[in-house]
Unconditional design. Structure first.
Length: 241
């Protein structure tokens, strides 16, 4: 009788060990998710709070498995606000709260939209693509919407404008500059005279006008759009800023 009880206990112990091993293997070797169409409600379940599920995020309607970055995307991680949702705007705005965690890019400049598209490309290179999110960027059949096509066209224009601006600014002789807390800042030219010049493409790129310092020869100083630094002599090669 005693031997039978021992045998029974051994059998129960073995059964528990086998079941536990099967449980461990199940979650240690989870098959990768298949690429498919996702709804917002489904995506929200994969926000890192359930250790038995992968962590997913969306950007421009593309869904990625970022589980290998659990320390970043899981609870308490610095990027956990992206998990389980498409918060495309926050990738460029840096607003990780409330209305900032949205997928709309309305009002962003072409360079900012290009930045979001660049982030999407980063996820394609770095993480596992697992499908499309139904909503702003893809319909229920997985077809790209007009909104997505518009975003990609705006990003392409931004890339073209950036390239054009780089070529135009490469023709300018830029100023030297330095700054220290004790002495403040100054700009200077080894050849020519420092002037502020507007960057005309900047409005299309960022929605703001900006200026840069460039060096011009004396015969070029009457060129339209040049501005002399405040408290700087017209033919001074160094100017305080």
């Amino acid at each position: 009788m005693m031997l039978s009880r021992l045998a029974f206990r051994s059998f129960v112990g073995l059964a528990i060990a086998v079941a536990f091993a099967a449980f461990i293997l199940r979650f240690a070797h989870k098959p990768p998710l298949q690429s498919r169409i996702w709804t917002r409600e489904e995506l929200a379940m994969y926000n890192g709070t359930d250790d038995g599920l992968p962590i997913l995020l969306g950007i421009l309607g593309s869904v990625f498995d970022v589980t290998k970055g659990r320390s970043h995307y899981g609870p308490g991680g610095g990027y956990n606000h992206f998990a389980g949702r498409d918060a495309s705007r926050a990738f460029i705005s840096g607003n990780f709260t409330g209305d900032g965690l949205t997928d709309t890019l309305q009002g962003l400049s072409s360079s900012e939209v290009k930045g979001v598209v660049d982030w999407r490309d980063f996820y394609f290179r770095t993480y596992i693509y697992v499908g499309k999110l139904v909503g702003r960027y893809y319909d229920s059949q997985g077809n790209p919407t007009k909104y997505l096509k518009g975003v990609e066209a705006k990003a392409a224009r931004g890339a073209q404008l950036l390239e054009k601006q780089k070529k135009e600014e490469a023709k300018l002789l830029t100023c030297n500059s330095r700054w220290s807390q004790q002495e403040g800042g100054e700009v200077w030219c080894d050849v020519g005279y420092p002037r502020l010049v507007q960057r005309p493409l900047e409005i299309a790129l960022t929605g703001r006008m900006s200026r840069q310092c460039a060096c011009f020869k004396e015969e070029e100083l009457d060129r339209p759009g040049l501005e002399l630094y405040k408290d700087c002599e017209p033919l001074a090669q160094k100017c305080p800023v």
